[in-house]
Design a protein around this ligand. Structure first.
Ligand code: KDG
Length: 315
């Protein structure tokens, strides 16, 4: 039985170490990338159990992803090998000050995820399900899966943590504002960027976003993140500013997933709101110090050092 149930696409990812357009790249570093598997790995490193459900192709990249996520301590027993579609793929192009992402994921195995892949009994055993706004944009069946999980979790008294995780490259064929607004307002824990709350609801400050969530939505916890400027963590009765952790950022991709993992693990451990926020900020800052999405996740020992007063996480 896992404390966290999550599902979504994980792609094989290729990143060039060079700081120039990919047409000039000679070497690539193979890794994997997926918001929900990132989150699960973060939670597992902090000692919590997570089950990640997905579909991968019957190919080498699918085997690589399954092995790698399993190797980080996540339950992958619900990952289906789909013989009729390939594992999705992503390329990262780094240049000074930014990383561009190119997806090759249309028709991928994960885009065939369907409600039948999400077992009610598995959802019912979890304390939280974790859903991102990436999944419902991948296909009709992925959207139906998200809807199914929301309904199943609420029916069984399992809390839902939702991050809109807006990826504009997936918005080319539609406006998903209403769809994501609906998930945000139905979730029990909302973790969102200030820029995302601005886009979805027109909120201009963290406080406005927070007030909005607690007056119109279902949330009992929220964190509104503003990257290196920090975050606001809140419950209906309390709001705490969370200062950013000092770090040397190499690449910010994955920081949001890591913040969410730290924040939700804090909630699972029934810590104070401020401690939950600090766990989120610490995990988020830690992963920015490596070029990949997950390699920098802190473990329990590093977390203990944070609470012992040693906040500097330079490696
Ligand atoms: O949050 C990091 C993710 O964006 C990355 O790992 C890939 O899930 C991904 C996506 O769909 O962009």
């Amino acid at each position: 039985m896992s404390e966290i149930f999550t599902f979504g696409e994980t792609m094989v990812s290729f990143a060039s170490p060079d700081l120039f357009p990919l047409r000039y790249a000679k070497d690539f570093r193979m890794s994997f990338a997926g918001s929900e598997s990132n989150f699960s790995i973060g939670a597992a490193k902090l000692g919590h159990s997570a089950k990640w459900v997905s579909r991968v192709g019957d190919d080498e990249f699918g085997a690589f992803i399954r092995n790698a996520v399993r190797g980080e301590g996540v339950d992958v027993s619900g990952v289906i090998t789909d013989e009729s579609a390939p594992t999705g793929c992503m390329f990262k192009q780094r240049s000074v000050g930014e990383t561009k992402v190119f997806y090759y994921r249309k028709g991928s195995a994960a885009s065939f995820l369907s409600p039948e892949d999400m077992e009610d009994s598995e959802i019912g055993k979890a304390k939280f399900v974790y859903v991102t706004g990436i999944t419902p944009l991948l296909s009709e069946s992925c959207r139906a899966s998200v809807d199914h999980v929301f309904i199943s979790a609420h029916r069984q008294g399992v809390k839902i943590c939702f991050d809109p995780n807006i990826r504009m490259r997936l918005w080319k064929d539609g406006d998903y504002t209403k769809l994501l607004q609906d998930y945000v307002l139905r979730a029990d824990v909302v973790v969102a960027g200030l820029d995302e709350m601005r886009l979805l609801f027109g909120d201009s400050t963290e406080k406005e976003a927070m007030d909005h969530l607690f007056s119109r939505g279902n949330a009992s916890y929220a964190a509104i993140k503003d990257g290196a400027k920090g975050a606001l963590a809140g419950t209906p009765g309390e709001q705490v500013f969370i200062a950013p952790c000092p770090c040397k950022c190499i690449e910010p991709i994955g920081a949001g997933d890591a913040f969410n993992a730290g924040f939700l693990c804090g909630i699972l451990e029934e810590r104070s709101l401020e401690e939950c926020g600090r766990m989120g900020a610490f995990c988020g800052a830690s992963v920015t110090q490596t070029p990949g999405d997950i390699e920098g996740f802190p473990d329990r020992k590093e977390l203990a050092a944070l609470f012992a007063g040693n906040q500097d996480i330079y490696r």
